[in-house]
Design a protein around this ligand. Sequence first.
Ligand code: ZN
Length: 119
Amino acid sequence: MFHRSLVGSSNQVWKLCLSLSLVFLGAVPLVLAFVNIEQLTPEKGFLLVFGGLFLMGTGLLAGTLLVKCPNCGAKLLWKALSAAPASRWFTWLLTLSTCPVCGYNVPGGRQHHGLDVEL
Ligand SMILES: [Zn+2]
Protein backbone atom coordinates (compact mmCIF):
# COMPACT_ATOMS: atom_id res chain seq x y z
CA MET A 1 0.00 0.00 0.00
CA PHE A 2 2.65 2.52 1.06
CA HIS A 3 5.22 1.77 -1.66
CA ARG A 4 2.93 3.43 -4.23
CA SER A 5 2.41 6.55 -2.16
CA LEU A 6 4.60 9.64 -2.29
CA VAL A 7 5.68 9.11 1.30
CA GLY A 8 6.42 5.41 0.87
CA SER A 9 8.13 5.58 -2.51
CA SER A 10 10.45 8.34 -1.33
CA ASN A 11 11.43 6.42 1.83
CA GLN A 12 9.89 8.95 4.21
CA VAL A 13 7.76 6.58 6.27
CA TRP A 14 10.45 6.60 8.97
CA LYS A 15 10.14 10.38 9.22
CA LEU A 16 6.41 10.09 9.67
CA CYS A 17 6.84 7.31 12.26
CA LEU A 18 9.44 9.35 14.14
CA SER A 19 7.19 12.39 14.15
CA LEU A 20 4.14 10.50 15.37
CA SER A 21 6.21 8.63 17.95
CA LEU A 22 7.43 11.90 19.44
CA VAL A 23 3.87 13.24 19.54
CA PHE A 24 2.58 10.14 21.34
CA LEU A 25 5.65 9.97 23.57
CA GLY A 26 5.01 13.58 24.56
CA ALA A 27 1.49 12.70 25.61
CA VAL A 28 2.78 10.31 28.30
CA PRO A 29 4.21 12.97 30.67
CA LEU A 30 1.10 15.08 30.13
CA VAL A 31 -1.15 12.23 31.19
CA LEU A 32 1.12 11.46 34.14
CA ALA A 33 0.98 15.10 35.21
CA PHE A 34 -2.81 15.27 35.05
CA VAL A 35 -3.34 11.89 36.73
CA ASN A 36 -0.97 12.73 39.60
CA ILE A 37 -1.72 16.43 39.82
CA GLU A 38 -2.46 16.26 43.58
CA GLN A 39 0.83 14.54 44.47
CA LEU A 40 3.16 16.59 42.27
CA THR A 41 5.06 19.63 43.39
CA PRO A 42 4.55 22.63 41.10
CA GLU A 43 8.09 22.21 39.78
CA LYS A 44 7.63 18.56 38.87
CA GLY A 45 4.23 19.28 37.35
CA PHE A 46 5.71 22.07 35.27
CA LEU A 47 8.55 19.84 34.08
CA LEU A 48 6.17 17.05 33.08
CA VAL A 49 3.81 19.40 31.24
CA PHE A 50 6.60 21.41 29.61
CA GLY A 51 8.52 18.25 28.67
CA GLY A 52 5.44 16.64 27.16
CA LEU A 53 4.49 19.73 25.19
CA PHE A 54 8.09 20.11 24.02
CA LEU A 55 8.19 16.51 22.73
CA MET A 56 4.82 16.87 21.02
CA GLY A 57 5.76 20.18 19.44
CA THR A 58 9.13 18.88 18.29
CA GLY A 59 7.50 15.81 16.74
CA LEU A 60 4.87 17.84 14.96
CA LEU A 61 7.36 20.42 13.74
CA ALA A 62 9.82 17.78 12.55
CA GLY A 63 7.12 15.91 10.67
CA THR A 64 5.71 18.97 9.00
CA LEU A 65 9.16 20.13 7.91
CA LEU A 66 10.66 16.78 6.91
CA VAL A 67 7.86 14.87 5.15
CA LYS A 68 8.07 16.50 1.73
CA CYS A 69 7.33 15.96 -1.91
CA PRO A 70 10.48 14.48 -3.49
CA ASN A 71 10.06 16.77 -6.51
CA CYS A 72 9.07 20.23 -5.25
CA GLY A 73 9.55 19.96 -1.49
CA ALA A 74 5.91 20.67 -0.61
CA LYS A 75 5.30 19.81 3.04
CA LEU A 76 2.95 16.86 2.71
CA LEU A 77 2.23 16.27 6.41
CA TRP A 78 1.30 19.92 6.78
CA LYS A 79 -0.98 19.64 3.73
CA ALA A 80 -2.62 16.58 5.25
CA LEU A 81 -3.12 18.20 8.65
CA SER A 82 -4.32 21.54 7.34
CA ALA A 83 -6.44 20.60 4.35
CA ALA A 84 -7.61 16.99 4.56
CA PRO A 85 -10.65 16.13 6.67
CA ALA A 86 -9.64 15.60 10.30
CA SER A 87 -10.83 12.01 10.36
CA ARG A 88 -8.96 11.04 7.17
CA TRP A 89 -5.70 13.01 7.13
CA PHE A 90 -3.57 9.96 7.95
CA THR A 91 -5.14 7.79 5.24
CA TRP A 92 -4.97 10.72 2.82
CA LEU A 93 -1.25 11.12 3.46
CA LEU A 94 -0.40 7.44 3.24
CA THR A 95 -2.33 6.89 0.01
CA LEU A 96 -1.33 10.12 -1.73
CA SER A 97 0.49 9.22 -4.95
CA THR A 98 0.33 12.60 -6.71
CA CYS A 99 1.71 15.79 -5.22
CA PRO A 100 -1.14 18.27 -4.73
CA VAL A 101 1.24 21.17 -5.46
CA CYS A 102 3.36 20.18 -8.46
CA GLY A 103 1.49 17.12 -9.76
CA TYR A 104 4.52 14.84 -9.42
CA ASN A 105 3.33 11.27 -9.70
CA VAL A 106 4.88 8.20 -8.14
CA PRO A 107 6.44 6.12 -10.94
CA GLY A 108 4.06 3.26 -11.63
CA GLY A 109 1.41 4.70 -9.33
CA ARG A 110 -2.05 5.74 -10.32
CA GLN A 111 -3.21 9.32 -9.96
CA HIS A 112 -4.49 9.95 -6.44
CA HIS A 113 -4.78 13.48 -5.16
CA GLY A 114 -6.49 12.46 -1.97
CA LEU A 115 -10.00 11.74 -0.84
CA ASP A 116 -11.74 14.30 -3.04
CA VAL A 117 -10.14 17.04 -1.02
CA GLU A 118 -9.66 20.42 -2.64
CA LEU A 119 -6.15 21.63 -1.79
ZN1 ZN B 1 5.47 18.32 -5.43
